[in-house]
Write a protein that binds this ligand. Sequence first.
Ligand code: GDP
Ligand code: GDP
Length: 450
Amino acid sequence: MSELPVADLDSSVESLGPVPVVAVVGRPNVGKSTLVNRIIGRRQAVVEDVPGVTRDRVPYDAQWNGRRFTVVDTGGWEPDAKDRAAAIAAQAEIAVQTADVVVFVVDVTVGATDVDEAAVRMLRRSHKPVILVANKADNQNLELEAVSLWSLGLGEPHTISALHGRGSGDLLDDILNALPSPPPIIEDGPRGPRRVALVGRPNVGKSSLLNRVSKEERAVVDSVAGTTVDPVDSLVEMDGEVWQFVDTAGLRKRVNQASGTEYYASLRTAGAVEAAEIAVVLLDAGEVISEQDQRVLTQVVEAGRALVIAFNKWDLVDEDRRFYLDKEIDRELKRIPWAVRVNISAKTGRAVDKLAPAIRRALASWEQRVPTGALNQWLTALTQATPHPVRGGRAPRILFATQAGVAPPRFVLFTTGPLDAGYQRFIERKLREEFGFEGSPIELSVKPRK
Ligand code: GDP
Ligand code: GDP
């Protein structure tokens, strides 16, 4: 029997699709926590040590063979509850509902008990893939005992010793095999320049800005090693870095004004935003923020791209205009207070050097990842301080959260029921207060247990 390996947590490995969830269930004292510690390599904060954080369904980040997953330790059983089997089944059920794969742990020195059998019935009803683990198989005799666990009808028991590290390295492989198929791995070739869309309604100064950055900076580069650049794009060097401004052919030829209906303008915006990682939305600081401006901003947010708002024509802004503009910003940009803002003048060159740092800041937020442990410690404290309002005598509880992806950051809250829209917005606002995300939209979805 080989050593039970430790799933190494390497932050350089990116998971693209949603992070799958593995729940570890079983009676008290069968060794669930010991096993979870093996899987995560004991590298993360021990959540139990945080006051007020229960051991119920504590999620951890784990990784094996380059695949990320979340492992949920259902430590918080209620062995003293009156109807013990029922209490256990209820706890396990919550974990099982939220999981993609269930690891069911049995103590081989005890064998299958009535409680184990009750749990198995519940697991069958869930139709989730179940991996049976016969733990505490510290020696060969105990390994043989595990044969009796075939009677549970969950297939071959995986005999391990979570405590002594003895066990089959195949366990983690089998867990991974049972997970939903992984997203395709994108080859990590040399990354091309960051793709920027320069958008905004006609006449805000897009072509002027493109000309300004192309002229002011040393050169418009024609090609960058290892990348192919679409002929409709422009490579521009700003602040020591080459950027790919996408879909700029129209800007250079000024066809946007020739064919100027708003419909075509919005198609062009959609195409550029789609091709880009980040959009710089230009607004004319000398004019009121219009509905057309709002539509451009909405296109960017809905496409989930990072966002910098550039108030252009700042040379036209006097004291008076400034006063009204501040009020307009409060009123009109209330839904996107997180956008990075810069005040520039394409005409005079004012603050154009602020553009590249602003874009970098927004892109960093767009790709930011919050570790599951930190996320849940914060969330537990938040929901304890401000629980969901009670509706009709009941309030949904948040069981745990994971960040399912980046670019833009996407969070999933596993809950006991649907959340109020207001409470969800509250969580999003607090999430931003705690972890930043300046310049990036974030998505928050709720997965109520059925
Ligand atoms: P949980 O309540 O299911 O989370 O169980 P724990 O992980 O807290 O373990 C319960 C007890 O069993 C602890 O004293 C562990 O040290 C012990 N234990 C866990 N795994 C093994 C094992 O593989 N062999 C032996 N002999 N003891 C184990
Ligand atoms: P586009 O339609 O968004 O590409 O806008 P243009 O770059 O063609 O600019 C529209 C008009 O605004 C032109 O007359 C520009 O000279 C003018 N303009 C652009 N940027 C500025 C600026 O920063 N200050 C001022 N005062 N005028 C500007």
